[in-house]
Every structure is written in C-alpha cells, then in structure tokens.
Design a protein around this ligand. Structure first.
Ligand SMILES: C[S@@+](CC[C@H](N)C(=O)[O-])C[C@H]1O[C@@H](n2cnc3c(N)ncnc32)[C@H](O)[C@@H]1O
Length: 387
C-alpha cells in the first residue's frame, strides 16, 4: 500500500493546497486517525463506507466531505480512533499574519460561545516556530470573536482545536470525536489488558473478517473481539451508544439515524479460564445489544471446543510477559494454544495479537507477521495463519 507523506498530500490540488486567502469551505478534508501500521486497514473501511477520495497517510486516512460526513464517520467507522475536521487552511509567515487571518475566520460557524475550547498548536519547518505564541493568537481570535471560554489545559468538557503549522501553511482542525472512539459507551467492565475496540476492529479486518463468519476467542478477557465481531455482523453502528464533540459544535450535522440490528445466522464464542472475565464479557455483550449472538464459557485453552458450522476465525490476544504473567509459563500456554488449534480447528484461520514474536513462534503454527502497532506502551503485531 502506498501511504502519501503529508508534504506530497498537501500539494494535491483537490485539497486546495496553495491557498493564500482564509477560506472555510463547505467540503473539506476529514482525517480519521489510526495507529501507525494499521492505516491500510482503516483505508479499506473508509472506502467500503463510501467516503469520497480516501487516501492513507501516516497516522490515519484523509478523505473529503462536509459536516454530515464527519457525523457519519464518528458514528460508523469501527477502526477510527478519532475523526478530525480540517475546516480551514491559510498561509502565515509571521505571528501578526496568523493573528489577522485567525481573526478573519467565522469561528461562530464552528464553535458555540457556551462551550469551552482548548487550542493545541504544533509548528514544523515554518517561520512561525513558537507554538505557545501561535496558540495565544488563535485563542484570542476565538475568545474575542465569539466569547467562548478558552481552557489552558486539556479537559473532557472542552472542544479541541488543533493548529498544525507546517511549511508556513496553517491547517486548523477540530477534534469532532471528543473522548476516543474506542470508548463505544456500552462497556463498563474491563480486564487487566483489554484490547481497544478500534484496534480489535482493524485486526479483525486485517484477518479478512467481513461480518459473515463465526469468530472464536479462547482467551477473551472482557470479550472485545467477540463483541466487536458480533456487532459488525449485526450491522450495529459502533458509535450508537455515545455522543461526540461534534454534538457540541455550532455546525449543522444532524445524526444519521441508527438502523436496527440485522439478523445474524451464526454465533460468536468467547472463553477464558477466569470466571470474572466470563462475567464481564457476558455483561458487556448484553449492554452492547449482542447478548443473544455471543456465548461465553469459562474454560482453559485445553478444553476449547470447535463450534459446529463452517470454519471461521480464531482471534486471540493471549497474555504476553511484559504486561501480565511470566514469560517461561507463557511459552507453555502458546504451545498448548497451537496444539489445540491444530488438533481441533483444521480449516479455520487464526489471528493472534502479541508483543512477543518468540511466544508467537511457540504455537508451532506457520505464522505471517503484520507490521508493528503501538498499543499500551508496547509494540504488538498481528500474526496470521491458516490452521
Ligand atoms: C491479554 S488478556 C485478553 C484481553 C482481551 N482481548 C480483552 O479485550 O479484554 C489475556 C486473557 O487470557 C486469559 N488466559 C490466560 N491463560 C489462559 C488459559 N490457559 N486458558 C484460557 N484463558 C487464559 C486471561 O484470563 C486473560 O483474560
């Protein structure tokens, strides 16, 4: 996959790169963020969802749209960590110019005077290099323009405006998501090392999952893979149970109505040796509205049974030494996972997420490693195999 670097991307004509006057267009660039390493998976999702002109870039996928597209991206993209609306761009070669151009913007069309704002600025390769001074100019343009309170620190109640100044081009974005999108709003109970829902969705997609097959997670923890796969199969929008920063903006972007769950002809299975994990997963699935589709059983890996029906996908995120447990014991655990899968899951596919290539190898399966992905302070990889 080709990932365009920002420098190249910013020169594409359709994104009006060489704009010197201050403009706020009806369609603009929307950027859905993804962990580096998984941009191609998010690109596939953005394409499948029918958004216009999607391009993968480091850290996410850019596409073109208007505020209703921002709303739909928040609501429907399973793999996006956040959705940013890049609503304005202009050149500024010094602070006075930034000040003047920031004041020209119609902030009242984006922000509400009663909602606090937090401004963040980064400068690169530009004549304006002092990010605090630049931030202060933009904060002043907002507070004097519409009277919205500007907060000095990041906080959940504030809408985040981000200014990136690169090669003297100022690009202004608003974080239209607010709390990161892996917070789906229906998961209360989590285990020791839960997978993020957005990552789980991207890893499922990387394994070729498209909502039409059975998924089994034999070390399910809080049930993230199983619940995510079941919701996807049922066509339930991931953002249906939460709100977004977009809801507190002045822009016109009414929510797309959320459709009802579609019938799913197969089931999803999670097991774990830990009682608490099974209780959590069951409660989380019920809250997500997929309790009927998901079956959770307390069982060690040695007791894992193959469900009836067509072969599907085993998706697992076993413990890894750096986070929980002891590496030597984990070799035995990965070994028995591999043995059980070879013995009982012939014809299925495996997706295994771990930070430890040595442990992955201990499964004895012929694994293909994906790119490194940052997660929880570690670098993990998705290993795939045909069993
Ligand atoms: C990293 S966590 C999985 C997190 C999960 N993906 C989630 O999103 O919450 C690993 C899980 O493996 C389970 N586990 C460890 N050894 C096991 C074994 N022998 N059989 C079954 N489950 C086991 C642990 O109880 C733990 O819940």
């Amino acid at each position: 996959m080709m990932i365009l670097q920002w420098g190249v991307f910013s020169r594409l004509p359709f994104l009006m790169a060489w704009v010197y006057d201050v403009r706020m267009d009806e369609t603009f660039e929307i950027f859905a963020t993804a962990p580096p390493g998984l941009e191609a998976m998010l690109l596939a999702e953005v394409q499948a969802a029918g958004f216009a002109q999607p391009v993968a870039m480091p850290g996410g996928v850019a596409f073109s749209g208007a505020w209703p597209d921002v709303a739909r991206a928040n609501l429907e993209l399973r793999g996006a960590a956040r959705v940013l609306a890049r609503f304005a761009r202009f050149r500024a070669f010094h602070l006075a110019q930034l000040d003047k151009r920031a004041r020209k913007l119609d902030w009242g069309a984006i922000l509400r005077p009663d909602v606090p704002v937090r401004v963040e600025v980064s400068c690169r390769n530009s004549k304006i290099y002092h990010d605090r001074a630049a931030r202060q100019r933009i904060e002043r343009a907002i507070s004097e323009g519409i009277g919205a309170p500007v907060l000095p620190e990041a906080s959940e109640e504030a809408v985040r405006i981000m200014a990136r100044i690169e090669d003297d081009l100022v690009v202004l974005s608003v974080d239209a998501s607010g709390p990161p999108l892996h917070k789906r709003g229906h998961k209360e109970a989590v285990g020791k090392a839960p997978m993020r829902e957005t990552l789980a969705a991207l890893f499922l997609r990387a394994c070729g999952y498209d909502g039409t097959e059975t998924v089994v997670d034999p070390m399910c923890g809080s049930g993230t893979f199983v619940i995510e796969a079941a919701e996807w199969a049922a066509g339930l929008a991931p953002g249906r149970s939460r709100d977004f920063a977009l809801d507190r903006l002045a822009v016109q972007a009414s929510r797309t109505p959320v459709g009802a769950a579609r019938p799913v002809p197969h089931s999803f299975f999670g097991s774990d040796r830990d009682d608490g994990a099974i209780r959590m997963s069951t409660a989380n699935a019920a809250r997500a509205g997929v309790g009927d589709l998901c079956h959770f059983t307390r069982a060690p890996i040695s007791d894992l049974e193959r469900p009836g029906g067509a072969p599907g996908l085993v998706m697992v995120n076993p413990p890894y030494g750096a986070r929980i447990g002891n590496r030597k014991l984990l070799f035995a655990l990965y070994g028995s996972l591999g043995a059980v899968l070879r013995e009982r899951f012939g014809g299925w596919r495996l997706g295994l997420v771990t930070s430890d290539g040595g442990l992955a190898k201990a499964t004895g399966l012929d694994l293909r490693a994906g790119p490194p992905v940052a997660f929880g302070g570690l670098s993990v990889k998705l290993y795939q195999a045909r069993i």
